[in-house]
Design a binder for this molecule. Structure first.
Ligand code: UD1
Ligand code: MG
Length: 456
């Protein structure tokens, strides 16, 4: 169910498209669903309504079906819209909420399994503060007492409101029964809505067993209604990720100051300082150290490399034992070989640096092929763009580029060449020789500085 507006988010974006750890709330639920049941026999239907086009576009290409709910008249009405798409041939239907992102596949599977024998299965939890939730009414007391109904907060008597076992909004039921039940729902209640939860009393009346499955932890069933709840779930999710990394031996300076928005794969003895953000798929080899406040996206960093603080890396590969940063920027297509050094305020884009090459200060390498052991001086840049086309710069092994050089591409510096500081190199430089391309220094004998006239 993903049709709700999410008024309390106070946002133009449909609620289920808000992001948690870089993925939409709805995508988290869909990813959990991908781990439930048999992929060949599973059909996933997303019920959209508010911002339907945007929501459907956001999860296109995943083999989903959509059912639109306009207007939104309650959770039972939402499931009614899916009835025409629900095939009778499907034994079990699992209903999940698009705004409850941290449900685990195993929990959803357990719920589906509990319904597989022909029962109605409800995911429930005991909350210290059950306000706002539907309460589970049982006949008698105790965890094994049979479930009779769910009563919504707004319809509950004071005695019912005192109950702390609540319905999480997730259920599983035999498909044929669920279809019949939801089509028979009425809306005679405090909110004049079609409540999906009324199917419980229908099941009981028909003698269909109702099973309450206890949710393993609160985090899995918490919903997002406000920016506060979104931020709370983000931290809970990040704690899960940090715990899993530490379980695998990763040393985090502070697990509360780590953000993984994607997948972070780590070898042994990895250390990560505070304030780092990892996006997309990032792989850190054995013994890699990441300094404070780095942002790293879609990158592979090989064993023993050290990334100093405040470095940004995106779409790049860092070789074994390389040193990068502080304040370095590796952009897409940067490929650093073993033991390469990239220092402060150096930007590398779409360039390959062979083993041992160094660019330690204030430099730009774009569309360049840099040989082994090259020393690339402070303030030097590749002028790779003529306003329309990008051109390559090729720097041979053991080249020494002095400070403040402009390498006007396309240009090739032969192996072992030395380029004098301050040169603007627009023609190929031969191997093994000194090339200087700057105005000659002159000294004018007898020249005197202008003087201001003396004040009266
Ligand atoms: C629902 C349950 C309540 C449960 C709570 C758990 C009902 C009647 N009540 O209440 O027992 O404790 O969830 O969070 O089901 N939605 C639609 N179309 C609609 C209305 C809702 O798609 O017309 C979707 C929402 O986008 C959301 C989900 O259904 O994903 C739950 O809706 P919400 O309004 O939050 O239900 P609650 O009143 O909280
Ligand atoms: Mg709700």
């Amino acid at each position: 169910m993903a049709a709700g507006k999410g008024t309390r988010m106070k946002s133009a974006r449909p609620k289920v498209l808000h992001k948690l750890a870089g993925r939409s709330l709805l995508q988290h639920v869909l990813d959990a669903v991908a781990g439930v049941g048999d992929p060949a026999g599973r059909h996933t239907i997303v019920i959209t309504g508010h911002g339907a086009e945007q929501v459907e576009a956001a999860c296109a290409g995943q083999g989903l079906r959509f059912a639109r709910q306009m207007p939104q008249l309650g959770t039972g009405h939402a499931v009614q819209q899916a009835v025409p798409v629900l095939a009778d041939g499907h034994e079990t239907t699992l209903v999940l909420n698009g705004d409850v992102p941290l449900i685990r596949a195993a929990t959803a599977q357990a719920l589906a399994d509990a319904a597989a024998g022909g029962a109605l299965a409800l995911l429930t939890i005991e909350l210290a503060d059950p306000f706002g939730y539907g309460r589970i009414l049982r006949e008698g007391s105790g965890a094994d007492a049979p479930v009779r109904a769910i009563v919504e907060q707004k319809d509950a008597t004071p005695a019912q409101r005192a109950l702390r076992e609540v319905y999480t909004g997730m259920m599983a039921a035999p498909t044929a029964l669920l279809k019949r039940w939801v089509m028979a729902l009425g809306n005679q209640n405090a909110q004049k809505e079609y409540y999906l939860t009324d199917v419980v009393a229908m099941a009981v009346a028909e003698g269909v067993p109702v099973v309450a499955v206890a949710a393993p932890d609160e985090t899995e069933v918490l919903g997002v209604n406000s920016p506060h709840q979104l931020a709370d779930l983000e931290r809970r999710h990040q704690k899960r990720v940090a715990d899993a990394l530490m379980d695998a031996g990763v040393r985090l300076a502070d697990p509360a100051r780590l953000d993984v928005r994607g997948t972070l794969n780590c070898g042994g003895d990895v250390e990560i300082d505070v304030g780092c953000v990892f996006e997309g798929t990032v792989t850190l080899g054995e013994g890699v150290r990441i300094g404070a406040h780095c942002v790293i996206r879609d990158a592979t960093i090989a064993a023993g490399a050290v990334i100093h603080p405040f470095t940004h890396i995106e779409g790049a590969e860092v070789g074994p034992g390389a040193l990068v940063g502080p304040y370095a920027r590796l952009r897409p297509g940067a490929v650093l070989g073993a033991e390469v050094h990239i220092g402060n305020f150096v930007e590398v884009k779409n360039s390959t640096l062979a083993a041992g090459a160094k660019a330690n200060h204030l430099a730009y390498l774009g569309d360049a092929t840099v040989g082994a052991r090259v020393n690339y001086g402070a303030g030097s840049i590749t002028a790779n763009y003529d306003g329309a086309n990008k051109h390559r710069t090729t720097i041979g092994d053991d080249v020494h580029v002095g400070s403040n050089c402009v390498l006007v591409a396309p240009v090739t510096l032969g192996a072992g060449a030395t380029i004098g500081g301050g040169s603007t190199v627009s023609k190929d430089a031969p191997a093994g020789q000194l090339t200087v391309a700057r105005a000659k220094q002159v000294t004018l004998p007898g020249w005197t500085r202008p003087k201001k006239p003396a004040k009266a």
